[in-house]
Design a protein around this ligand. Structure first.
Ligand SMILES: Nc1ncnc2c1ncn2[C@@H]1O[C@H](COP(=O)(O)OP(=O)(O)OP(=O)(O)O)[C@@H](O)[C@H]1O
Ligand SMILES: [Mg+2]
Length: 288
């Protein structure tokens, strides 16, 4: 199997390991892979300087399902999401403790390339943020930077089709991505995330800047994409979690303000038969 050096970009989309120096036999590097889980967060704590934003969070993310993260503002949902693809590495004061494993590989191991992690675990943000480039270039940029050897026009079309945007933009691929409507821009960002052929897509409140119709379009799109991708979405909208997510995780702040995972369940169960009183109080609107 071809390995990727931490200092090199991947050369082909078929390369499927994250690390180079394989000092350990594969069995010793793999901690645990449940049949249906692609990611495992184990005893993970996140810090900004001395402030602890997450406290010993542990859960597993099932593959090709939608998992929602809910909880009051400031409980660490975005932090947790950004720890899953090492986006938080970009915050100088950040450090993490514990493990995040992706297909059994510790994502914080020394020899793992964070750029490769972000290629395989893509992200869509709250505010649509297309590059100030053409629609075509928005999609082609990631594959080019990653040195992917692909039929670019075909890839661009495929990503736009998957993001339910092709019919809207097929005649104006050279126009700026910024000239699209908010909902279209967010679908462009989803198409852009798909272009580097990730396995997981993280979405941090992807609909909070959109109107109800654009929101429903994104929700339909997420359901469609979950046939092929694992999706983790942060949302403040509990109806949205109930509509789209297969599983839901509820986080809440402790007294020291660090977020902890209170409950992780099937979405139906979490909203109808929560195990924890704090979940019940939150979903019935008693706080937060
Ligand atoms: N870059 C940062 N530097 C320092 N502290 C941060 C940073 N980002 C987040 N925090 C702190 O970490 C805690 C968790 O923040 P986070 O943004 O993860 O919460 P959240 O659950 O996503 O909130 P919201 O629902 O308002 O988006 C907060 O106390 C926040 O102030
Ligand atoms: Mg947030």
């Amino acid at each position: 199997m071809t390995m990727i050096r931490a200092t090199e970009r991947p050369k082909a989309v078929t390369e499927d390991r994250l690390i180079t120096d394989q000092h350990l036999p594969i069995d010793e590097r793999i901690t645990r892979i449940e049949d249906d889980s692609i990611l495992e967060v184990s005893n993970f704590s996140a810090y900004y300087g001395k402030f602890r934003a997450l406290h010993n969070v542990s859960f597993q993310i099932p593959e090709k399902k939608i998992t929602a993260l809910i909880g009051p503002s400031g409980c660490g949902k975005s932090t947790l999401l950004r720890c899953i693809n090492r986006m938080n590495d970009l915050v100088p004061s950040f450090h993490g403790e514990g493990e995040v494993t992706f297909r059994g590989q510790d994502l914080y191991a020394k020899d793992v390339d964070p750029v490769e992690v972000r290629r395989r675990i893509g992200m869509v943000f709250q505010k649509p943020n297309p590059f100030p480039k053409s629609i075509y270039e928005n999609i082609a940029f990631g594959p080019k930077v990653n040195g992917m050897n692909v039929n670019m026009p075909a890839l661009v079309e495929d990503c736009l089709r998957r993001a339910a945007l092709w019919d809207d933009v097929k005649d104006k691929l050279k126009q700026s991505g910024l000239a699209l409507s908010g909902g279209q821009q967010q679908r462009l960002c989803i198409a852009r995330a798909l272009a580097t052929q990730p396995e997981v897509i993280l979405m941090d409140e992807p609909c909070s800047a959109l109107d109800p119709i654009a929101t429903l379009k994104i929700e339909d799109l997420m359901k469609e994409l979950s046939k092929d991708f694992t999706i983790i979405i942060v949302t403040h909208n509990m109806q949205q979690a109930a509509r789209v997510a297969d599983y839901t995780a509820f986080l809440m702040m402790r007294e020291d303000r660090a977020g902890e995972l209170v409950e992780f369940s099937d979405t139906d169960k979490l909203f109808t038969m929560p195990k924890d009183k704090r979940t019940e109080d939150y979903i019935t609107g008693r706080f937060g």
